[in-house]
Design a protein around this ligand. Structure first.
Ligand SMILES: N[C@@H](CCC(=O)N[C@@H](CS)C(=O)NCC(=O)O)C(=O)O
Length: 236
């Protein structure tokens, strides 16, 4: 799996083929049962199921991510998961850091540059991802029907603030780390695209008042590898 494919997976919540491989599931599920016993597997499933039900407002017993086999691959019960020849890494950003470290690509070679990149990856993980996700819930999904708009406004305000931080960072830079595109851009691009695309929150977060982010998003989406990634899997 390439970094570009990850962008598409995050947007579409599709599972990587390796994680869907039936034999891998059976083997992983079996190892899980051996380690934790049946009760452990069931309680892990129950926890994941209640989390899933709370998140989506409905129970999904047959949902792939709450099977014991999947939880053995990723105890968080979420996609994506990377299975790199037996090295199993969950969470998109951990996967990005793993791939960048393994290949030496998309991350500066010097220590200061590496950690500065990680700082921005964590900005996505701790700020942009969770806040934009809440905007999605309160603006597009079930929360849209709530009469009390304070939760929506709180997340929209915080998302606008975070976009402002990114905007400031991009002043005088083509990419988050300067001249070179990195895993920090990859980590952030999909979420920003999603916020104004799929979630339809462009006006809510005053996207068009930003000075740098819109052009950065266009630059990112224009990259041939990103375009290829957006077609994996092929859109119907
Ligand atoms: N911080 C995680 C978040 C992953 C995440 O939220 N995945 C969602 C779908 S986008 C998920 O798998 N939810 C449970 C499900 O759909 O079964 C990451 O970036 O990998």
């Amino acid at each position: 799996m390439t970094c570009d494919e990850l962008i598409r997976q995050l947007e579409d919540c599709t599972l990587p083929p390796a994680a869907l491989d039936h034999r891998a599931h059976v083997q992983a599920g079996f190892a899980y049962l051996q380690r934790h016993g049946y009760a452990g597997a069931l309680s892990a499933m129950a926890t994941a199921l209640s989390r899933f039900a709370g998140h989506h407002g409905k129970a999904g017993l047959y949902h792939e991510t709450i099977t014991a086999a999947f939880l053995a691959l990723n105890p968080f019960g979420q996609v994506p998961v990377l299975d790199d020849g037996g090295t199993v890494i969950a969470d998109s950003n951990a996967i990005l850091v793993y791939l960048a470290s393994k290949t030496g690509q998309l991350i500066p070679a010097d220590t200061a540059g590496r950690f500065e990149t990680l700082q921005w990856v964590m900005f996505q993980m701790g700020g942009i991802g969770p806040m934009f996700g809440q905007v999605g819930f309160f603006h597009k999904f079930a929360g849209k029907a709530y009469e009390d708009k304070r939760p929506r406004d709180r997340y929209a305000t915080e998302s606008a603030r975070l976009l402002g931080v990114l905007d400031e960072r991009l002043a005088g830079r083509d990419w988050v780390m300067g001249a070179d595109y990195s895993i920090a851009d990859i980590s952030l691009l999909g979420w920003v695209r999603n916020l104004i695309g799929f979630y339809g929150a462009r006006d809510l977060v005053a996207f068009d008042t930003l000075k740098q982010v819109p052009a950065w998003l266009e630059r990112g989406l224009a990259r041939p590898a990103v375009q290829r990634g957006l077609e994996i899997p092929k859109r119907p």
